[in-house]
Ligand binder design. Structure first.
Ligand SMILES: [Zn+2]
Length: 395
């Protein structure tokens, strides 16, 4: 059986063709077929595989095994004669990113001397790792501008097959990984690169490149980028968020940062004002609780009070009150128990530790102050009532 003819090497623009199935294989994970001719590019060289249809049946995966291209299908086609079609949007996106990656790597090398050491061209994201500890914002801006200049130049991208001797005479970026039938991708005026991927015919088809961010990966710098339609979609998504935020904050893009800084200051001011009001309110409320107390226990349930506020009020009370303070907050599902540190049989933390499990509570604390959180306000209230009854027995 002759090997599949890889017509993606004849032209990256073949997206529909007629051929026949040459082999079928059923494996545990699905049905696999080979074709007399295929334009389905398999995974390889950092590029993701093509998808599409064979005889109207969806192609799920394309892999290269011992030089043969295997297409994984949803199910086996009835006929051997099949019409094939690529998911062109996906393939063209891969072409834009693969040629874009070659340009980006070439320009980064030229401007910063940093060689590309690894490439990822996924449908999810595209990156190159370059051998540089870091790149400055200025360097990145220069690289982005130069790549876009090369895109506008609309330089032809040519592919050819050469022997090892011919390859040795070319100024290749890296030595080829194969020793015969070496495929060269040339971006006119930029570089010669040994590469098996699918590329656009001229750099103008990349449309645009946008560098998104960098991160440090060991001794290399990873550059995230988007080309063409994907870059446009990124722009649309950012614009959508920006419009939402500026509308919400009743401002425009230029004044957005200023607006947020102003809000932060207002927030700070409100916070300090609120703390003053809270302290006054606590002092007043503490007096009320103290004068209304009966026996050794001050117990109170709050509809809506934070743990921090309950703790601060409890501290105020135990400074003036010989007995115990028990608080619960319904909104927070939390309980606080405090005492003033006088010798007492009531050690708050150990009491919580010993009894919380029965109420699905989690917490603990010191001899003088304990706090616990609960899965629901019902559990918190049940624990509050239980503790109150226990304290009542001992007061
Ligand atoms: Zn390549």
């Amino acid at each position: 059986m002759p090997m599949t003819q890889k017509i993606y090497y004849d032209s990256a623009y073949i997206r529909e063709w007629h051929t026949h199935i040459t082999n079928r294989l059923t494996k545990a994970d699905g049905v696999y077929v080979t074709l007399a001719e295929t334009a389905f590019y398999p995974h390889g060289g950092g590029q993701s595989c093509d998808l599409g249809q064979i005889g109207g049946i969806a192609v799920l995966d394309v892999n290269l095994e011992d030089g043969e291209v295997w297409h994984k299908l949803e199910h086996s086609p009835e006929q051997d004669e099949v019409q094939c079609e690529l998911d062109w949007e996906r393939r063209f996106d891969h072409m834009q990113h693969h040629t874009g990656q070659h340009l980006l790597s070439a320009v980064t090398l030229k401007l910063t001397d940093a060689m590309t050491v690894s490439v990822h061209l996924g449908t999810d994201y595209a990156t190159i790792d370059v051998a540089a500890e870091m790149l400055s914002a200025e360097q990145l801006a220069d690289i982005e501008q130069e790549v876009n200049r090369q895109i506008v130049r609309n330089a032809p991208v040519r592919t050819s097959w050469v022997t090892a001797e011919e390859a040795a005479r070319l100024p290749l970026v890296k030595p080829p990984t194969v020793t015969e039938d070496i495929r060269i991708v040339e971006i006119e005026g930029v570089e010669y690169n040994a590469c098996g991927g699918t590329h656009v015919a001229a750099t103008g088809e990349i449309g645009i490149i946008k560098l998104l961010k960098t991160e440090k990966v060991k001794a290399a710098t990873r550059i995230y980028f988007k080309c063409g339609t994907r870059a446009l979609n990124e722009f649309t998504a950012i614009q959508h968020v920006l419009n939402g935020v500026t509308t919400k904050l009743k401002t425009n893009r230029d004044e957005l940062l200023e607006r947020i800084e102003k809000m932060e200051q207002e927030q700070k001011l409100l916070h300090s004002e609120l703390n003053v009001v809270k302290a006054t309110n606590d002092a007043y409320y503490a007096q009320e609780l103290l004068s209304a107390r009966e026996g050794l226990v001050i117990a109170q349930v709050f509809e809506n009070k934070s743990l921090k506020d309950m703790q601060s009020l409890a501290t105020k009370l135990t400074a003036e009150h010989e007995g115990l303070v028990l608080f619960a907050s319904i909104s927070e599902a939390k309980v606080v128990l405090a005492q003033n540190g006088q010798p007492s049989e009531w050690a708050c933390g150990p009491f919580f530790k010993g009894n919380l499990a029965a109420y699905q509570g989690k917490g603990g604390g010191s001899e003088t102050m304990a706090q616990a959180g609960f899965a629901s306000s019902e559990d918190a209230l049940a624990f509050y009532e239980f503790t109150r009854a226990q304290l009542g027995d001992h007061s």
